[in-house]
Design a protein around this ligand. Structure first.
Ligand code: CP
Ligand code: NVA
Length: 310
């Protein structure tokens, strides 16, 4: 059997294909339970701390609601309210919090802070988004694809735009699950070379194909899934204008999606900027599954918390 109790969840390459598939299957099972009104509370008496150094709608709400549904309690800890924001060290914060909590989620800027927290905490640490990775989102994303397509291995996902945290986790998760991932973006905004190398190495074992290209047409050709994300992520707001210019040929619009399979799924982690990275026609059109995707954050993270903290 698969045993994930006590583990951290910092990025998808830390997990095996079987472990990721197990989490997806568990998410689907917990979703079914919730829809049927079955009470399932394996985390009664447990508490998770949610540290946020960046804004959030989905991550905060889905973790808080998910923990409540699992019978536990969640604490929202904004950087403005805890001493971490006033210079208390990450290691002291981690060790103190481990005396109270059964798990910690952190959303922050540098990934090194997530790693440092995990190193010093004696309870599981979950990455709720760093500049490098967004694995909780990608768990929900591949769950959504799996639910609608019935399989993952051999499908093609095209990611159009910024080579950011989303691109990284989609690459690593896709490689693990045997999904072919093509990333198209402009010069200077490619995904991190070390992440791409890692994805390619994993892909060799799973039969997935990893392509990094400048051509959005090449990326979306015969794609089963088209994914995009904002051009200026949190922390990069002052580059908005420069990025609008750099990404202008990378909009997901009606013309571009013609190259994909007719039953392609459009996904976006949200929040979205209609008229920038995607047109309203596409994101609000019949191929868009953005709200199923957002909902699955709840189910995927319930699976994660139950598996790590149960
Ligand atoms: N997709 C996502 O993580 O959304 P939030 O920033 O609203 O949490
Ligand atoms: N790439 C985006 C994702 C938000 C959920 C960001 O980091 O702001």
């Amino acid at each position: 059997g698969i045993e994930l109790k006590g583990r951290d969840f910092l990025e998808l390459d830390d997990y095996t294909t079987e472990e990721i598939q197990y989490l997806i299957d568990l998410a689907i099972e917990l979703k079914r339970k919730q829809k049927n009104g079955e009470v399932y509370q394996p985390l009664k008496g447990k508490t998770i701390g949610l540290i946020f150094e960046k804004s959030s709608t989905r991550t905060r709400v889905s973790f808080e609601v998910g923990m409540y549904q699992l019978g536990g309690h969640a604490l929202f800890l904004s950087k403005n309210d805890i001493q971490l924001g006033r210079g208390e060290t990450v290691s002291d914060t981690a060790q103190v919090m481990s005396r109270y909590l059964d798990g910690i989620m952190i959303r922050t800027f540098g990934h090194d802070k997530v790693e440092e927290l995990a190193r010093y905490a004696s309870v599981p640490v979950i990455n709720g988004l760093s500049d490098l990775a967004h694995p909780c989102q990608v768990l929900a994303d591949y769950q959504t694809v799996y639910e609608h397509k019935g399989r993952l291995k051999g499908l093609k996902l095209a990611y159009i735009g910024d080579g950011n945290n989303m691109a990284h986790s989609l690459l690593l998760g896709g490689a693990k699950l045997g999904v072919h991932v093509s990333v198209a973006g402009p010069e200077g905004y490619e995904p991190d070379a070390a992440v791409v190398a890692k994805a390619r190495q994993i892909a060799e074992e799973t039969g997935s194909e990893i392509v990094i290209t400048r051509s959005p047409e090449e990326a979306v050709k015969d794609a089963d899934v088209i994914y995009t994300d904002v051009w200026a992520s949190m922390g990069f707001e002052e580059e908005q204008l420069k990025r609008e210019a750099a990404f202008k040929d990378y909009q997901v619009n009606e013309e571009l999606v013609k190259g994909a399979k007719s039953d392609f799924m459009f996904l976006h982690c949200l929040p979205a900027h209609r008229g920038e990275e995607v047109t309203a026609e596409v994101i609000d059109g019949p191929n868009s599954f953005i709200f199923d995707e957002a909902e699955n954050r709840l189910h995927a993270q319930k699976a994660l918390m139950a598996a790590l903290m149960g």
